[in-house]
Design a protein around this ligand. Structure first.
Ligand code: ADP
Length: 421
């Protein structure tokens, strides 16, 4: 079984976001957690290999990405998509530039594009400048990001600072004229010796015009937006079939370790609807108490699960989180809570839960690991950027959705199960 498109994503929830866009445009997609050690078993159009390489040293990010490339090529992929964040999270050391150039070398190609444009999510590129919502990237709060502060919205400059090859621009006027004009511009840039071109896009139409011009390109680098214009290059059109998962069965539960604004509202909404909920206080996990707390939660949940979804959460308002972090330390508090929630997820699945909603990026990573999940088949979208997934297993498998912090409507925790039914 040969795949059509091989994707390498620099983080976990970003991988799901890309997979979701590909599925909605007609591709059957599997997401793998890290580089698989065995050949792909599923019959799909695309695979997204999820790495955690956004902020690790550039040399390591390159090594992991090249590993992923090798595996994808072994599955038949002739086209490679390197996916990064739609806010272009990187530093002058990388990792977007170095990984892009390493992939270009490995694929023996002298040209690729770079654009984080994702208009549906408010990420627009105009004259090479990235807007997040209504403001420039460096006014969006991203200028203060703890790991990848983005202090320049001009992506040609940002990309040039981390790239050996000359960086150019395919601007909105060219994109507006469509495939032929874009191809001519690419040829002109190539003749000038430009190796990477930032591409303007401020609408889905722009992305659909860009797609056909990328048909023969061995490597595309982008956020998840460009994905909506690619499946058509392989003769695929949006279909319900692409997002089909095995029928849902088993008990239902929600695990929430995200403290984002949206998640706090979602927890409040679920509780207000009268569904059972258990709050885990981080301080109760201290002094090796995690196991005892997890057992208590599982005993509480067992009889309730029969009559509908239960929620187990550590989600708290910012002041409460700050207080706990002062008491335990930021990393220690995070690790304690992640460990406990992951153990609860494992225990609930052992009790027969086969439909699981997880809220929080890091929390998702911990839960997926505790459940031993290596591959996810991507299914229907619940809210923008958040699809249901299915992880196969000998015991029938688990339907799971991984919601990063600020995604999803207020009723997400109950709506998700309705979408699956
Ligand atoms: P998000 O996607 O909203 O950023 P994450 O799961 O990625 O959510 O991050 C939330 C982090 O906060 C996790 O490390 C989690 O363990 C930690 N955490 C969760 N609840 C609490 C709490 N009540 N106090 C302190 N830290 C918490």
């Amino acid at each position: 079984m040969k795949i059509k498109l091989g994707c390498i994503a620099d983080d976990f929830t970003g991988a799901t976001d890309l997979a979701n866009n590909l599925v909605r445009s007609g591709m059957r997609v599997v997401q793998t957690i890290g580089v698989p050690t065995a050949p792909l078993a599923a019959d799909v159009d695309a695979v997204v290999v999820a790495l955690k390489s956004r902020t690790i040293p550039a040399a390591e990010a390159i090594a992991q990405s090249l590993d992923a490339l090798k595996w994808l090529q072994a599955q038949g992929a002739q086209h490679i998509y390197f996916k990064y964040c739609s806010t272009f999270d990187s530093t002058p050391e990388g990792n977007i530039g170095p990984v892009t150039e390493a992939l270009m070398d490995a694929l023996d190609t002298d040209f690729t594009i770079a654009t984080p444009a994702f208009p549906d999510n408010g990420r627009n590129v105009f004259k090479g400048y990235l807007f997040a919502g209504n403001v420039l990237l460096n006014e969006s709060g991203m200028q203060n990001h703890p790991l990848t502060p983005m202090q320049d919205a001009n992506l040609v400059r940002v990309m040039q600072a981390q790239t050996q090859r000359p960086v150019g621009l395919i601007d909105y006027k060219t994109v507006a004229q469509g495939e032929t004009a874009i191809r001519e511009r690419i040829a002109a840039l190539r003749a000038e010796g430009v190796g990477v071109a930032v591409v303007d896009a401020t609408s889905n139409e722009d992305l659909h015009r860009l797609g056909p011009a990328l048909k023969d390109m061995p490597l595309v680098t982008a956020g998840s937006g460009v994905a909506i214009g690619l499946p058509a290059n392989f003769g695929l059109t949006p279909s319900l079939q692409a997002s089909q998962l095995p029928a849902a069965r088993g008990l239902q539960a929600v695990i929430s370790g995200s403290c984002s604004l949206a998640t706090n509202a979602q927890v409040a909404h679920f509780k207000a609807s009268g569904r059972p909920a258990w709050a885990i206080a981080p301080a109760s996990l201290m002094h090796g108490n995690t196991h005892a707390v997890v057992q208590q939660v599982l005993a509480w949940a067992a009889p309730l699960l029969q009559s509908g979804p239960v929620l187990v959460y550590s989600t708290a308002e910012p002041e409460a989180v700050k207080a706990v972090q002062t008491q335990l330390g930021v990393a220690e508090a995070g690790a304690l809570v992640e460990q406990a929630l992951a153990a609860v997820a494992r225990g609930l699945v052992d009790q027969g839960v086969q439909q699981l909603v997880v809220a929080g990026g890091e929390t998702s990573g911990a839960c997926v690991q505790a459940l031993g999940i290596a591959q996810l088949q991507i299914g229907p979208q619940i809210d923008p950027g958040v699809p249901w997934c299915h992880a196969p297993s000998d015991t029938g498998g688990v339907h799971i959705t991984l919601k990063s912090g600020n995604f999803g409507t207020e009723d997400f925790f109950s709506k998700a199960f309705t979408v699956l039914a």
